[in-house]
Structure formats: structure tokens, C-alpha cells
Design a protein around this ligand. Structure first.
Ligand code: PEP
Ligand code: MN
Length: 301
């Protein structure tokens, strides 16, 4: 039992009700820290980590205000419980579209006003967090920033929920140590996301690590959702990966959608069109039902 050294008679000290032995270096993220109880994180009306699997959808990057509102209405009608969309975009190439910045955040705020959907959007560095937390309900920390410790500490002091994506080549141990930075600053509203890792396999953009879901559930109390879009890289792979994630017990899906992918400013090839996301919503509900859960908002009656 490495980790916390417990003085033998600590149990007899006044005010000590319970001693929780935590053997992991990520003591707040460890499942033991809650006595084995999963954490449930409220986002709007959704309870992430409950029996209801969370459904988040939206464009990779926010482009046009009217189109964003159309996407928001469409995914909401299909049962989505939050709208995703990047205003600050981490791009592998410095000449690629970098996002509309604060203007994009304003478009997201208008889409929330129009639909009531909470907003999930990324902050790429410390300087962006002030603006992002003003507009967002959930601050996304992207895969490339999973070990940006200054950024993790900053969002750890935020009042907003944090969605932490697993790094491209991060072990689960590294992911849990990273999330510990957020928790250690006092923010316990955190959701993890498996979004695919780098392997020798080059038949998909990344390899969705399905086993990470049940393994993380045994290691941490935090909810873990799946992003099937980025490991897919192309549209036809998104649905099967989404299905696999839900079937493996993911606490939600975050999916990229665009009505006209040919006009999308980033990740066009993996954007689901409206009929595709409708099919995903339907499959998601049926898979969830098969494993005793629900997926997304119940359809309007
Ligand atoms: C995204 O969500 O659009 C994104 C860039 O994700 P990731 O950080 O997982 O690559
Ligand atoms: Mn993307």
C-alpha cells in the first residue's frame, strides 16, 4: 500500500469519522475516494454518469450563425442534451482555419438561447479560459492539451464543468494523473473522454480504445464518454464506433455533425449529415436499452 501513510492511531483522534485508504497517486480521481460510488455530473437537465447516457452533438468548428442554430434545433429534436462546437480550434497545420474565436463563442451563446441546449466548447490555453467560461457550460480540454498542467490548474479553479479528452498517446494512468490536477484545484465537475489513440493501425484516423471504458470505470468514479468522430476520421466509421462505445458502457457520446460537410471548415470527412445522426440517435437508444440504460433525452411526446 504505497501512497498515503496513515498514522496507526489516527482513527482515535477527535473528529475522525472515517479513514479512506487510497493507494493510487491520483487520490481524488480514484474510485476509492468516493467509496466506490460513481460521480454524477449535472449539465443542464442531464445527469452525466447516471443511468442516462449523455448525447452531445454539433459541428467540429462553429462556422455560420444561422447554420449553427439549425444544427442545434436538429440535434435537440433527435435527443441531444448539449451542443458541441469549437470556437478556438487546435489544428495540426498552422495555416488551417483556427476558429472564429470570441465571435464563435457568441454564436454558440445564441444557439443556446434559441434551443436551451448547454454548450460544450474548447479552451486551448490559459488566456482563452476567461472568455470560454463566460459563454460555455462545459469547457473542453483537447487531446493535445491533456498534459498542459497550467491549463488544467486554471480550469480546476473554474466554476464550469470540464470535459478532459485523453491524449493521443496517453496511458490511463497519465489521463487520471492529468485529471487529478483539475480535481486538486477544487473543481470536481469533470467528465473524461476517450477519443482514440495512436497505434500502428492506419486504417482509421485513430484507434478507439474500447477497453479503456470498462477499465476506467474500475479505476475512477468520474464519468467517461466516447468521441467516435475523431478516431473514425471518415463518416462511415462513426456509427460503428459510437455503437461500440455505448455497448461498452460509455456514459455518453460526443459526435460531430454538419448538414453540408463540403462546407465545413474543419473535420469535414467525419461530419455526420442529418440522416446519419438521426440513425445514430436511434441506434444509441436501442443499444442503451439492451444494456439497461437510456440514451439522450427521451423523444418529445
Ligand atoms: C475536437 O473536438 O474537435 C477536437 C479537436 O478533439 P481532440 O482534441 O480530441 O482532437
Ligand atoms: Mn473535430
Amino acid at each position: 500500500n504505497e501512497g498515503v501513510a496513515v498514522v496507526p492511531d489516527v482513527a482515535s483522534l477527535p473528529g475522525v469519522v472515517q479513514i479512506i485508504r487510497v493507494s493510487k497517486p491520483y487520490r481524488l480521481a480514484a474510485l476509492e475516494s468516493t467509496g466506490g460510488k460513481p460521480s454524477v455530473i449535472p449539465v443542464g437537465e442531464a445527469l452525466v454518469g447516471s443511468n442516462n447516457s449523455w448525447f452531445v452533438a454539433g459541428p467540429c468548428s462553429v462556422d455560420d450563425p444561422a447554420r449553427l442554430i439549425d444544427i442545434a434545433h436538429t440535434v435537440k429534436a433527435l435527443g441531444a442534451q448539449a451542443l458541441r462546437g469549437g470556437a478556438f480550434k487546435p489544428r495540426s497545420n498552422p495555416y488551417a482555419f483556427q476558429g472564429h474565436g470570441v465571435e464563435g463563442l457568441e454564436m454558440l451563446a445564441r444557439a443556446r438561447e434559441a434551443t436551451g441546449l448547454p454548450i460544450v466548447t474548447e479552451a486551448m490555453d490559459i488566456e482563452q479560459v476567461d472568455a470560454v467560461e463566460e459563454y460555455a457550460d462545459v469547457i473542453q480540454i483537447g487531446a493535445r492539451n491533456m498534459q498542459n498542467y497550467q491549463l488544467l490548474k486554471r480550469v480546476g479553479r473554474s466554476k464550469r464543468t470540464v470535459l478532459l479528452k485523453r491524449g493521443l498517446s496517453a496511458t490511463l494512468d497519465e489521463l487520471l494523473n492529468a485529471v487529478e490536477y483539475v480535481l486538486a484545484e477544487g473543481n470536481c465537475h469533470v467528465i473524461l473522454c476517450e477519443r482514440g489513440i495512436r497505434t500502428f493501425a492506419n486504417h482509421a484516423r485513430f484507434t478507439l480504445d474500447v477497453a479503456a471504458i470498462p477499465v476506467l470505470k474500475a479505476l475512477t468514479h468520474l464519468p467517461i464518454i466516447v468521441d467516435p468522430s475523431h478516431p473514425a476520421g471518415v463518416r462511415p466509421l462513426v456509427l460503428p464506433l459510437a455503437q461500440a462505445g455505448l455497448a461498452a458502457g460509455a456514459d455518453g457520446l460526443i459526435v460531430e455533425v454538419h448538414p453540408e460537410p463540403e462546407h465545413a471548415l474543419s473535420d469535414a470527412d467525419q461530419a455526420l449529415r442529418y440522416p446519419d445522426i438521426a440513425q445514430l440517435a436511434d441506434r444509441g437508444r436501442r443499444i442503451a436499452e439492451a444494456i439497461g440504460r437510456t440514451f439522450g433525452r427521451p423523444p418529445a411526446t
